[in-house]
Design a protein around this ligand. Sequence first.
Ligand SMILES: Cc1ncc(COP(=O)(O)O)c(C=O)c1O
Length: 342
Amino acid sequence: MQKSFGSDNHSGVDPRIMAALTEANTGHVPGYGGDFLTQSAADCFKSHFGVQCEVFFVFNGTGANVLSIQACCQSYQAVISSTDAHIHTDECGAAEKFTGCKILAVPTADSKIYPTDILKLTQNIMDRHHVQPRLVSLTQATELGLVYSPQELLELTTTAKRQGLLVHMDGARLSNAAAHLGCSLRELTTDVGIDILSFGGTKNGLMHGEAVVVLNPALVKNVHYFQKQALQLPSKMRFISAQFLAYLKQNIWYDNALHANSMAALIAKKLAALPMIKIVHPVACNEVFVSVPEHVYRPLQDKWHFYVWDHDQHIVRLVTSFDTTAQEVEQFVDDVGVLIRG
Ligand SMILES: Cc1ncc(COP(=O)(O)O)c(C=O)c1O
């Protein structure tokens, strides 16, 4: 079966996750998280993120983000994010629709937000004619596959807290960032003052399901109730819990992310050696942004699936997955080489 570089969502399910699902598929257990697997998974999250954390399993990443924002903000409040943020560009306005909160998107060249952005946007605080910034939402790894270091995160959360703001992390690819930085999950979240996290799994080997990890105990009560209102309370919760339990306990989160990252590094290294090709952003995680001439990428799309990120500048996005192989990378780069040589 031909692999795709379109998205890490295009991959299948890690066989170890499939085995965990099969194992969970026995007998009758209470629904909505009242089962033993959900309890075990919650304990496992505590061992990774700290004992104060509470985890809530949800259906998808957009839902995790909406629920996180809802837990932090009233409708007259606002969320500061980058213009590249998934909540701003790729969730069809779900956060605005379900929370009523405005997103204040900061223009960004590198998909990150910085403490100065927070300071600029919190000048009119207390003026009732303006929405009141209440939450900073950052994405780790970012939508361009870049990472915030623990120091950068600490500087962001310190500034946010000084301005009376909470901090949400969209961690759809937090595992990739942690594998790249050689950090634990805790070092990139709890230890640097993140209040609430959308923790991804689907892009890294799970079948479905994401987790809202509440690190600030004051927010737990809100999530407890909003989860149901936000249509994100799975009745057969055990089938998401079982996946996350295996994911964390068997180190799948780390092994898969490290592998996907290494495949992206390999693609970048090999493509960079070809003429007419330019890697446009540093490659940290499992996404590679490449400038490729149109006469090369168009026929290449007949054989390989990937997305054109910027049609004007001929930039394509290549995403590797936990099951991308070095042979597939070689084949892809060979095909690019053939098209370049004409
Ligand atoms: C950074 C980021 N956040 C959130 C999501 C949303 O995930 P879902 O498609 O499960 O709603 C995605 C999905 O591509 C993503 O890339």
